[in-house]
Design a protein around this ligand. Structure first.
Ligand code: PLP
Length: 465
C-alpha cells in the first residue's frame, strides 16, 4: 500500500472526496459502493487488509500477462531512464520496432503486407478505422453486429449497438446497420444451431436481393456500406462465441459485394483466446484490425490499427490524416514492444497452455452448470469464458443473480484453503446477466481450481441450486 496515503486517508475519506469532486458519468458509480483496492500482483488485487482477490476480469482484458509483469515493468523502467517523453511528430526506435513486429506478425498469419497506425485508446482506434474506410471507399456507413461494442466516443458509439450509449447525445447520422450476431443460445431467429444451416447469413445476404432492401443497388453493383466492423467474439456483449464456419460464410457474402472487414481485437486479441488475434480461429483474413488494451498490459494507453497496404499506403493515407498528441507515446510503445516480444518468444507455449488452461477452466464450469440450475449456458475459447445466469428454467436472464455474485465476490469474506479471499468478476451480455471470465493468460492450474471453488461458493451463497 502507498505508505503516505494509507496513514492519512481512510476509506470513508476517499469516498467523501469522490462524492464531492468526481464526475459520476464514468462507470465507477454503476456500483453504489465502489470497491477500493490498494495493490495488485500476478492474478490478484489486494484490499486494505491485504486480503487477496483472485481477479477474473483483469481490467477488462487489459492485463492479459498478469499484474506487474516483471519483463514489462523492467522495460518501462528502462524507458523512464532514457526517453520517456517525445512529441509524436518525431521518430524513435521502439515505435518503429513495434510497428514492424505487428506488421510482420500479420504477414505470417494472413500473408498480407500492411502498416500500423497508433492512437491512445480503443475508441480512438475505432475512430481511425472508420476514417480509414471512409477515406478509401468514400462511403460513410458501416455494418456492425447487434451486441458489438467498439467504444464510447461519438463515432465509436455510432457503430456500437446499445442504444443506451447514444440515447442522451442527439442525432447520430452515420449509425451502423446492426446485424444479428450468431448468438446461438439466444438465436435472433429462434433457430437451432445444429440445423439452421447459417440461416442468419442467408438473412444478411437477402439484403442484397433488391435495391428496395435498402443497402445495395444490383444494377450498379454498389453497396451503401463500406465495411463491416465486428468483434469475432462479443466482449461486452457477453463473451459469445460464434459457431465454427460462421465467419467463412459471412466473409463470402462480404467479398461478393465488395464490403471490407474491420476486425476489432481490442478485447479478444493479444492471446485472450490462445492466438494473437481471435479471428485466427475462424480462417478469415481482415482488411483492418484494431487493437488496444493488453497491447501494453495495462501499463500506458496505446491502441492502434493495422490495415492492408492497399488501404493505408502513404499515397492514400498521407501525413496528417489523423493525429493525437499522445499517440505512439514512448512508455506505451516500449511496453507494447515488450508485450509483443513476450508473445513472439513464447508463441508455441502460449498457444498450447492457453488451450489447455481454457479446457480445464471450461470443465470446471461444466461441473458448476450441472450443480446449479441457474446457470443456463457456459462456453469458452481459450481463456475467454462465460457463465450465463438464468432463472431455474435455464433460459430466462437473471441479472439479479449475476449482480449478487459479483457484489459478494468483492466482500473478501470467502475462505479458501483456510484463508480469507475474494473474487473480482465482471458482467456483460445483452441482459447484463453474463459473468464474463477474463483471467490472466498465465493463470496457474491451482488458481483455476481456486476460481472454480470460489464461484461454486458464491452460487451456493446465492441459494442458486
Ligand atoms: C471490443 C472493444 N472495442 C473497443 C473498446 C473501446 O476501448 P476503450 O475503452 O479503450 O476506448 C472496447 C472496450 O471495452 C472493446 O471491448
Amino acid at each position: 500500500m502507498h505508505k503516505m496515503m494509507s496513514d492519512t486517508l481512510t476509506e470513508s475519506k476517499i469516498r467523501e472526496i469522490d462524492e464531492k469532486y468526481s464526475s459520476f458519468g464514468d462507470t465507477v458509480h454503476y456500483s453504489k459502493n465502489p470497491k477500493i483496492f490498494y495493490e495488485c500482483f500476478g492474478s490478484f488485487m489486494y484490499d486494505r487488509e491485504h486480503i487477496p482477490y483472485l481477479d477474473l476480469q483483469m481490467w477488462y482484458a487489459s492485463c492479459n500477462l498478469g499484474y506487474k509483469n516483471k519483463r514489462i515493468t523492467d522495460a518501462i523502467k528502462d524507458c523512464l531512464d532514457t526517453m520517456p517523453q517525445i512529441a509524436s511528430r518525431f521518430l524513435y526506435d521502439y515505435k518503429v520496432l513495434l510497428t514492424e513486429k505487428i506488421a510482420k506478425a500479420n504477414i505470417k498469419r494472413f500473408n498480407k503486407k500492411g502498416r500500423v497506425h497508433f492512437n491512445v485508446g480503443g475508441a480512438q482506434a475505432t475512430e481511425d478505422a472508420i476514417k480509414l474506410i471512409r477515406n478509401y471507399t468514400h462511403k460513410n456507413s458501416l455494418f456492425a453486429f447487434m451486441g458489438g461494442y467498439h467504444g464510447r466516443t461519438t463515432g465509436a458509439s455510432s457503430v456500437t449497438s446499445s442504444f443506451r450509449y447514444r440515447e442522451n447525445f442527439g442525432h447520430f447520422s452515420d449509425r451502423a446497420y446492426f446485424v444479428p450476431f450468431p448468438y446461438c443460445y439466444r438465436c435472433h431467429y429462434n433457430k437451432k444451431c445444429d440445423s439452421c444451416d447459417f440461416y442468419c447469413v442467408k438473412m444478411f445476404e437477402k439484403l442484397f436481393d433488391t435495391e428496395y432492401n435498402g443497402v445495395y443497388n444490383p444494377n450498379t453493383k454498389n453497396c451503401e456500406f463500406g465495411a463491416f466492423i465486428m468483434e469475432p467474439i462479443l466482449g461486452t456483449g457477453g463473451y459469445v462465441i460464434p459457431p465454427k464456419g460462421y465467419f467463412r460464410e459471412l466473409k463470402k457474402v462480404l467479398d461478393k459485394y465488395n464490403i471490407l472487414l474491420i476486425v476489432d481485437e481490442i478485447q479478444m486479441g493479444m492471446y485472450r483466446t490462445g492466438k494473437l488475434w481471435s479471428i485466427e480461429h475462424f480462417n478469415v483474413t481482415p482488411d483492418v484490425i484494431t487493437f488496444g488494451k493488453s497491447l501494453t498490459n495495462g501499463m500506458n494507453p496505446l491502441s492502434g490499427m493495422w490495415a492492408r497496404e492497399e488501404l493505408i499506403n502513404p499515397d492514400i493515407w498521407p501525413a496528417g490524416r489523423t493525429h493525437s498528441t499522445y499517440s505512439s507515446n514512448p512508455i506505451g510503445t516500449r511496453s507494447g514492444y515488450e508485450v509483443m516480444s513476450i508473445f513472439e518468444d513464447e508463441e508455441e507455449e502460449l498457444e498450447r497452455s492457453i488451450k489447455q488452461k481454457g479446457e480445464k477452466f471450461l470443465s470446471g464450469l461444466k461441473y458448476l452448470k450441472e450443480e446449479f440450475k441457474t446457470i443456463g449456458n457456459i462456453d469458452g475459447l481459450g481463456l475467454a469464458l462465460r457463465i450465463e445466469c438464468t432463472e431455474k428454467d435455464g433460459f430466462t436472464p437473471n441479472k439479479k443473480l449475476c449482480d449478487f455474485i459479483i457484489e459478494e465476490g468483492l466482500k473478501g469474506d470467502l475462505v479458501y484453503q483456510g484463508k480469507k479471499c475474494g473474487l473480482v468478476l465482471n458482467n456483460g451480455g445483452y441482459y447484463k446477466n453474463v459473468i464474463t471470465l477474463v483471467p490472466p493468460v498465465n493463470i496457474s492450474d491451482s488458481e483455476i481450481d481456486m476460481a472454480i471453488n470460489l464461484l461454486c461458493m458464491l452460487f451456493r451463497r446465492a441459494g442458486a441450486r
